[in-house]
Design a protein around this ligand. Structure first.
Ligand code: BTN
Length: 249
């Protein structure tokens, strides 16, 4: 099968490179990797600080699934990232953990951010999975604490990290692709199990920032559709999108 790889010293945004390549009919699957980004994008229209020293990688896939199933790829990628980082560092839950929807944390600090984008052209769906992995830099962020891989293993190079992640991603993706043809909910079932085994903070107090305010409760897990389940003490709230925080114990 084989993946193409475009590795650049510097670019605006590897997600933008992949979206642009999709419009130009590029061959897929293809990884776009850069050592530095000038216009890295984060979730909810935020900026992703992208100094040299960290890994910026986006994968362009053509028709991997229906649009309804696309968010499942975020969970697939999270599982693959967790497994690769566990192999590279020896860390595991609860120190290394997934946080809903798509982050990887080390000791409660953000190590990886993931941004999924999609584009429909006629009957074709292009999905871009973009990952920013802090390897040897910890960009200051006023919103949350940040970690880097060199705190866990200072010998890791960017290519060690990319090799382990791309291999692990290919493995988890093939497992998920074996369920093609089943309904979206049926396909999500095994992915949900794998994700929950790697998730941090289950049963802990948490808060979620939503556009219309903040809600507090205890983090129970994710439902059959990947929505966050928060026990507010006044019923269980299901949340489609938002930022989850665990207060420092
Ligand atoms: C987040 O807000 O947590 C998601 C951050 C995703 C950043 C990555 S870096 C590689 C790819 N290119 C981008 O412009 N963004 C993603």
């Amino acid at each position: 099968k084989g993946y193409r790889l475009v590795w650049q010293a510097e670019t605006g945004s590897t997600n933008e490179d992949a979206m642009q390549a999709a419009r130009e009919g590029a061959e897929t699957p293809c990884w776009y990797v850069a050592r530095q980004q000038q216009a890295g994008r984060g979730r909810h229209g935020r900026q992703w600080l992208s100094p040299a020293g960290n890994l910026y990688a986006s994968l362009l896939l053509k028709n991997p699934c229906s649009m309804v199933e696309a968010p499942q790829l975020g969970f697939v990628t999270g599982i693959a990232l967790y497994d690769a980082l566990k192999t590279l560092t020896g860390a595991q839950v609860p120190d290394l953990a997934l946080k809903w929807p798509n982050d990887v944390l080390f000791n409660g600090q953000k190590l990886v951010g993931l941004l999924l984008e999609s584009q429909c052209m006629g009957d074709q769906v292009h999905i871009v999975i973009g990952c920013g992995i802090n390897v040897s830099h910890r960009p200051d962020n006023p919103q949350y604490p940040v970690a880097m891989l060199h705190d866990l293993n200072p010998d890791l190079s960017l290519s060690d990290v990319f090799s382990a992640f791309s291999l692990s991603f290919d493995h988890v993706l093939s497992v998920w692709q074996e369920t093609r043809g089943l309904s979206a909910i049926e396909r999500f079932h095994p992915i949900r199990e794998l994700w929950l085994e790697r998730a941090g903070g289950i049963g802990k107090s948490a808060s979620v920032n939503l556009p219309n305010g903040k809600i507090n409760g205890s983090f129970i897990g994710i439902d059959a559709l990947g929505r966050l389940e928060l026990d507010t003490g006044n019923g269980i709230k299901l949340i489609d999108a938002g930022d989850l925080f665990f207060p420092k114990a």
